[in-house]
Design a protein around this ligand. Structure first.
Ligand code: HEC
Length: 112
């Protein structure tokens, strides 16, 4: 039972929110780790810019034209908790419980 749930979870798609940039993030950012690494983080634009730059230093092959798309996507969907630009952020109670828990556990190493 548990293993079939796990299988379902692993077989499901990345679960990234729809939007411009999702494909790029899915293609580029899953080469070395899963999107869980990304989904559990919250950063503003500056923070994501620093992370993407770090990933490029790690060896991520990102087209220069995609960098801004990636950062915009991440900032919009995984921005700071009290982001003014994302009305969807206020609907925390509408999300799956598992995501909320993961969300609450998400204390990034480099919280500013
Ligand atoms: C070339 C390999 C590679 C690619 C491609 C890559 N990453 Fe990473 N990423 C890493 C490594 C290595 C770490 C550090 C792993 C660790 O500390 O355990 C990491 C860690 C992270 C973390 C956690 C940072 C932290 O300090 O906790 C985030 C967020 C992240 N990556 C986002 C991204 C995003 C967004 C992309 C796509 C733009 C991406 N990664 C693509 C290699 C990569």
């Amino acid at each position: 039972m548990i293993s079939s749930l796990l299988f379902f979870f692993l077989a499901a798609d990345s679960g990234l929110p729809e939007g411009k940039g999702k494909d790029v993030v899915e293609n580029v950012c899953t080469e070395c780790h899963t999107v869980e690494r990304i989904k559990t983080q919250r950063h503003d634009e500056e923070g994501w810019t620093a992370i993407v730059r770090e990933m490029i230093e790690n060896g991520a092959a990102i087209n220069s034209g995609d960098i801004k798309i990636i950062i915009d996507y991440l900032t919009k969907n995984f921005g700071p908790e009290k982001s003014k630009q994302g009305p969807e952020r206020t609907q925390a109670s509408g999300r799956p419980l598992s995501e909320q828990i993961r969300h609450n556990l998400a204390l990034p190493a480099h919280t500013r």
